[in-house]
Design a protein around this ligand. Sequence first.
Ligand code: HEC
Length: 201
Amino acid sequence: MKKTYQYLSVIVSSMLLLGACGDKQSPGLEYMPDMYRTPAVVAYSPSHITKDSVSALAPVAGTVARGQYVDFIYPNTNEGYEAAGLELKNPFQPTVENMERGKTEFDTYCIHCHGEKGDGKGWLKIKGDPFPVPSYTSAAIKDLPDGKMFFSITYGKNLMGSHAAQVSADDRWKIILYINHLQGDEPGAVVADSSATAQNK
Ligand code: HEC
């Protein structure tokens, strides 16, 4: 009986020793691997399913993220800018709720350049900046159509980058309501009804 135990312990310890040989990256013999190995692909690790072993796949063609406009068909050209200015209308009403949402988003993504009052005096100053941040009440922007604003926020303009990834289309329109307010537009149209819905809903 004692001998059997001795044999067994020799077999077990040599198994454990052998398990430590070979690939230095390998953890060797694993006890119940399913406890810590998931069948889901770990981000950016090689995939055994795809031919090129890439696991981070691009979305299926035609995928539209939530809140993105399907019908924003304007190309990033001067013609696209002009057409957007003529054709796009803000689908939201300047209700208190929409304006507040616009202000929250403006305070998060725009205020550091455009300033609290939209006068272009945000705290972010770019040294030798050839494109100073304009005031929303400057001659060039005072009467800028909402569609052009939407276009510029979506694609960016000179030193202003695109905000399409950070701010949903709906929120871009709500920020525009708030910009209109900063431009001194009468908030007279502010109504209690906040049931405005976007074009893509
Ligand atoms: C990095 C600084 C910066 C940030 C952040 C920024 N802007 Fe701008 N913005 C600019 C500059 C600079 C211009 C002037 C671009 C030009 O005409 O050269 C501008 C121009 C504009 C215009 C006028 C566009 C036109 O067609 O003439 C609008 C509207 C505007 N910004 C809105 C926004 C909104 C809304 C946000 C936040 C979602 C934002 N900006 C964030 C710097 C910024």
